[in-house]
Design a protein around this ligand. Structure first.
Ligand code: AP5
Ligand code: MG
Length: 192
């Protein structure tokens, strides 16, 4: 199985690159952000709770996203592998993911981090916010809060995979295709 974690701050290009990766490698895309927006769209209780935090640029509780990922792993038992996008976002989530995969006799192949500076992130997200309808893209203050939340709680997850020698960081600025080519190179090394 190929289980890849795409990592990086809000607006780094995780979703954009995930779409290309699932086509090339026939993997299942698991984006906790997309799953949460799905819950909001359906008006579930979980969605209502998550919406308050998401609109404010804060992370939702670990147990919520771990539960969603666990369900998706169970629902896709025959998958060739998964791309985790926006998950794990805390060290507790990374530990839980290792346990979930271990119980299925699988493991993370590697993490690829997309490096993009704060000014470019803000520019991309404000631009997307003009059309996306995502409330968390509409306001520079919320975007900066998301970046701070990333630096405080999510950045340490890189160290978790570094310790396991499963971490590679690449430049996330450039054309989508250039970046994809670099990701594919790293991914080939994880497949060996
Ligand atoms: P989530 O949906 O994961 O959002 P995010 O991490 O803030 O990141 P984005 O989806 O905004 O960015 P991306 O890296 O996918 O970039 P994209 O490809 O879209 O999470 C939303 C919220 O849900 C969180 O704030 C939190 O509340 C909650 N949540 C989710 N997961 C959670 C978890 N595990 N734990 C707790 N809470 C969780 O690209 C962005 C834009 O840039 C696009 O317009 C794109 O077209 C453009 N772009 C992409 N690549 C390039 C390029 N190379 N050059 C120029 N523009 C580019
Ligand atoms: Mg995304």
């Amino acid at each position: 199985m190929l289980n890849l974690v795409l990592f990086g701050p809000p607006g780094a290009g995780k979703g954009t690159q995930s779409k290309k990766l699932i086509e090339k490698y026939d993997l299942i895309h698991l984006s906790t952000g997309d799953l949460l927006r799905g819950e909001i769209a359906q008006g579930t209780e979980l969605g209502l709770e998550a919406k308050k935090l998401m609109d404010d640029g804060k992370l939702v509780p670990d147990a919520v996203v771990i539960g969603m990922i666990s369900n998706k792993l169970d629902a896709n038992k025959d998958a060739k592998g998964f791309i985790f996008d926006g998950f794990p976002r805390t060290v507790a989530q990374a530990e839980a993911l290792d346990q979930l995969l271990e119980s299925k006799e699988s493991a993370i192949s590697g993490m690829i981090a997309l490096e993009v500076g704060d000014d470019e992130l803000e520019r991309r997200l404000l631009e997307r916010g003009k059309e996306s309808g995502r409330p968390d893209d509409a306001n520079p203050e919320v975007i900066r809060k998301r970046i701070k939340e990333y630096n405080d709680k999510t950045a340490p997850v890189a160290g978790f995979y570094q310790q396991q020698h499963k971490f590679t960081s690449i430049n996330g600025v450039g054309s989508v295709n250039e970046i994809f080519a670099e990701i594919v190179d790293v991914n080939e090394s994880y497949k060996k």
